[in-house]
Design a protein around this ligand. Structure first.
Ligand SMILES: NC(=O)c1ccc[n+]([C@@H]2O[C@H](COP(=O)([O-])OP(=O)(O)OC[C@H]3O[C@@H](n4cnc5c(N)ncnc54)[C@H](O)[C@@H]3O)[C@@H](O)[C@H]2O)c1
Length: 246
C-alpha cells in the first residue's frame, strides 16, 4: 500500500479521459484529490471529493478550493485538464462561436483554475511544494489541420503557464504544461468525427510510437508533475506525446 503523501490536488476535467486517469494516479501515489468537472464525477475512493463545477465559473472553482481547505486544510497542486475541441473546417470558415467557446473553456478555464488555486497553494503549509499543471496539447506547438481555433487556444495555454511561472519567481512553487499526443479518450473520438473518420486509429501515424496513447500513460506524467519532486519543471512543457511528428 502507498504511504500517504499528505498532499492535496485539485483536478479539473476529472469525470473522464486524461483527467479521470490523473485522479486515479494521484490516489495511487497517496495524494488526496478534489475532482472537478461539469459532469458528475464517480468518486470511487474515500480520498477523492467530487465537485460539479464549470471551469468558466470562477466562483464555483473557488468553492472547490474551499472544499479542499475545509476537508484537508491545504492545497498543494492543481491540474487544469478540462477542455473541449471544435473545428473541422479551415480558419476562414470557422464560426466565431467556436473560437469564443475554446477561449472561454480551454484558456479562461485554465486561467480561472490558476487564479483560485495558486493563492491557496502559496498560503498553505508548503508553498514551495505548489505545482500548477496545465494540460496543453501537441496542438499548442504545431498547426494541426482544420483546428485553427484549438491550435490558438492551446498555444495560449503554453503562454499562460510561462507567464505564471515567471510570476511565481522565488516562491518555490512552479507551473508547467503537459502536452499529450493523440490519447484514447472521448475527445479524440470527437476529433475523429471532425475529420469524418470512423475511428481514432489513423492518428497513430502522427506519433513515432505508431500507436494511440492510453490516458493512464499520460496521467503518469501529469501525476509526477504534481509531485514535490517536479520542481525543475518550471515554465516547462513536457511533451507526453510518444514522439509527435505530424
Ligand atoms: N485526447 C487527446 O488526444 C488529447 C491530446 C492533446 C491534448 N488533450 C487535452 O487533454 C485534456 C483532457 O482531454 P481528454 O482527451 O481527456 O478529454 P475528454 O473530453 O475525455 O475529457 C474532458 C473533460 O473535461 C470536462 N469539461 C469540458 N468542459 C468543461 C467545463 N466547461 N467545465 C468543467 N469541465 C469541463 C468534460 O466534462 C470531460 O470530463 C484536455 O485539455 C485536452 O485538450 C487531449
Amino acid at each position: 500500500m502507498t504511504a500517504p503523501t499528505g498532499r492535496v490536488v485539485l483536478v479539473t476535467g476529472a469525470a473522464r479521459g486524461i483527467g479521470a486517469a490523473t485522479v486515479r494516479r494521484l490516489v495511487a501515489q497517496g495524494d488526496r484529490v478534489v475532482a472537478v468537472d461539469e459532469l458528475a464525477v464517480a468518486a470511487a475512493h474515500d480520498q477523492v471529493v467530487p465537485v460539479v463545477a464549470d471551469v468558466r465559473d470562477r466562483a464555483a472553482l473557488a468553492a472547490a478550493v474551499e472544499t479542499a481547505l475545509d476537508r484537508w486544510g491545504r492545497l498543494d497542486a492543481a491540474v487544469a485538464a478540462a477542455a473541449v475541441v471544435a473545428g473541422g473546417v479551415p480558419l476562414w470558415e470557422t464560426p466565431e462561436a467556436d473560437l469564443d467557446l475554446l477561449w472561454d473553456v480551454d484558456v479562461k478555464g485554465v486561467w480561472n483554475t490558476a487564479a483560485v488555486t495558486v493563492p491557496a497553494m502559496l498560503a498553505g503549509p508548503d508553498p514551495a511544494g505548489g505545482r500548477f499543471v496545465a494540460i496543453a496539447s501537441a496542438a499548442g506547438h504545431h498547426g494541426l489541420h482544420h483546428l485553427a481555433a484549438y491550435n490558438a487556444a492551446k498555444h495560449a495555454v503554453v503562454g499562460l503557464v510561462k507567464g505564471l511561472a515567471a510570476d511565481l519567481v522565488g516562491t518555490g512553487a512552479t507551473a508547467c504544461a503537459v502536452s499529450p499526443g493523440s490519447t484514447r479518450t472521448p475527445m479524440l473520438q470527437a476529433t475523429a468525427a471532425l475529420y469524418d473518420l470512423d475511428d481514432v486509429e489513423s492518428f497513430a501515424g502522427n506519433q513515432l510510437l505508431r500507436r494511440i496513447l492510453e490516458p493512464d500513460e499520460v496521467a503518469a506524467t501529469v501525476a509526477f508533475c504534481c509531485s514535490r519532486d517536479a520542481a525543475v519543471l518550471n515554465g516547462s512543457v513536457v511533451h507526453a506525446d510518444g514522439g509527435f511528428a505530424p
